[in-house]
Design a binder for this molecule. Structure first.
Ligand code: FES
Length: 363
């Protein structure tokens, strides 16, 4: 069996190749040893073909070993012979569907037939290559399999992303009490270790402590990635790049994977929110009443657009489609408090008042 990875710098750009003779099961032990040596030559020449094309390659002659390799590492493509000792290519496809659904499988056979090709594709193989093949043929099959698999993934992501962004899919809220309990447990432990309390730590230190506690709470299981992200997001108000890096290191997965998962959901923010959140409604009732003008006025006053936070970290701005109180249109909320019949001047005064209050607090 062989495995390789295209060197794009992305962790997932890898290929597993498995080349075993179709006749292997029909020969006796002694000849079997000779056959294995020939297979190794096929494997090493395939390895060379892929490496010359900038793939990273891992090879193995055992389908079981190949499947356990796939469990540990993500591979873009699994090249798999149809007939192998113990497992056939169809078994491998079925097992890969469970353990590495993102890998594209390319089946190889010395006995090509339409029935076999149809069966392989029905089970989820991305391509089917007949032996003997030239280097160009196998590279082309692998490239096309990667592209097809990525195309399929993109479609799923776009569909899922569209549903989550429109709020048709939303995450269940996290139990705030759990965060309080974790926080109390951290303080208790730190007290026993004669260390300062969470409150006394700097923000990054506090966040690191809480992130590690949340990871432990969820048994550091990647299946719990979403609740882990939710809990940390709920605690910090956003997912910082440092936090994503820490989670990636602790769970031994890529930052890319975490970001990819979190960015599905509109609930997750990646920038530290301002101390105060202004939400401007531009739904139909509010827009007709001047919601658009109010939004423009606040954008100009704070020099930010929706989704951004002022440089001083004081305000974040969001545009919403309806706040559920259209009778008060145009509506703005500041830190959850509803301001009806809003106007640019009224909003400007409300912002100035907050600045004054904050400056008194810091004096
Ligand atoms: S449209 Fe603005 S509150 Fe409904």
């Amino acid at each position: 069996m062989a495995a390789s990875a295209r060197q794009t710098g992305l962790k997932r750009s890898k290929v597993v190749a498995n080349f075993l003779s179709d006749q292997q099961q029909m020969i006796n032990d002694k000849k079997g040893a000779n056959q294995m040596a020939r297979n190794s030559m096929v494997l090493s020449s395939c390895q060379r073909i892929f490496e010359e094309e900038d793939f990273n390659v891992v090879i193995t002659t055992s389908p079981e070993e190949g499947l356990s390799l796939v469990l540990d590492t993500y591979f873009d493509v699994v090249l798999c012979d149809w007939m192998m000792p113990g497992l056939d290519g169809m078994d491998v496809i079925t097992r890969l569907e469970e353990t590495s659904p993102g890998s594209a499988v390319v089946m190889i056979t010395g006995y090509p037939s339409i029935e076999r090709a149809t069966e392989a594709m029905k089970r989820g193989a991305m391509d089917y290559v007949a032996k003997p093949f030239t280097p160009d043929e196998i590279i082309k099959a692998v490239d096309e399999a990667i592209q097809r698999k990525e195309g399929e993934e993109r479609k799923v992501i776009e569909r899922f992303g569209a549903l989550t962004k429109t709020g048709k899919i939303s995450l269940p809220s996290i139990d705030e009490k759990m965060l309080q309990t974790l926080s109390a447990a951290i303080d208790e432990r730190r007290q026993m270790e004669a260390k300062p309390s969470l409150e006394a730590l700097s923000e990054p230190e506090r966040l690191e402590e809480m992130t590690l506690a949340v990871l432990n709470k969820y048994a550091r299981d990647t299946n719990n990635l979403i609740p882990i992200l939710q809990a940390i997001h709920s605690y910090a108000g956003y997912l910082s790049y440092e936090t994503i890096g820490l989670i990636a290191r602790e769970l031994k997965i890529s930052e890319h994977e975490i970001f990819g998962t979190a960015s599905f959901y509109a609930q997750f923010k990646f920038e530290k929110p301002g101390q105060h959140l202004i939400r401007c409604c531009t739904g139909t009732a509010c827009f007709v009443g001047g919601g658009g003008v109010i939004l423009e006025a606040v954008e100009s006053k704070l020099d930010i657009v929706p989704g951004q936070t002022t440089k001083d970290g004081m305000f974040s701005l969001e545009r919403v489609a309806c706040l559920g109180c259209c009778a008060l249109a145009p509506v703005v909320t500041i830190d959850g408090e509803v301001y009806g019949q809003m106007s640019p001047a009224k909003l400007s005064r409300a912002i100035d008042k907050i600045y004054r209050t904050e400056s008194v607090k810091s004096d």
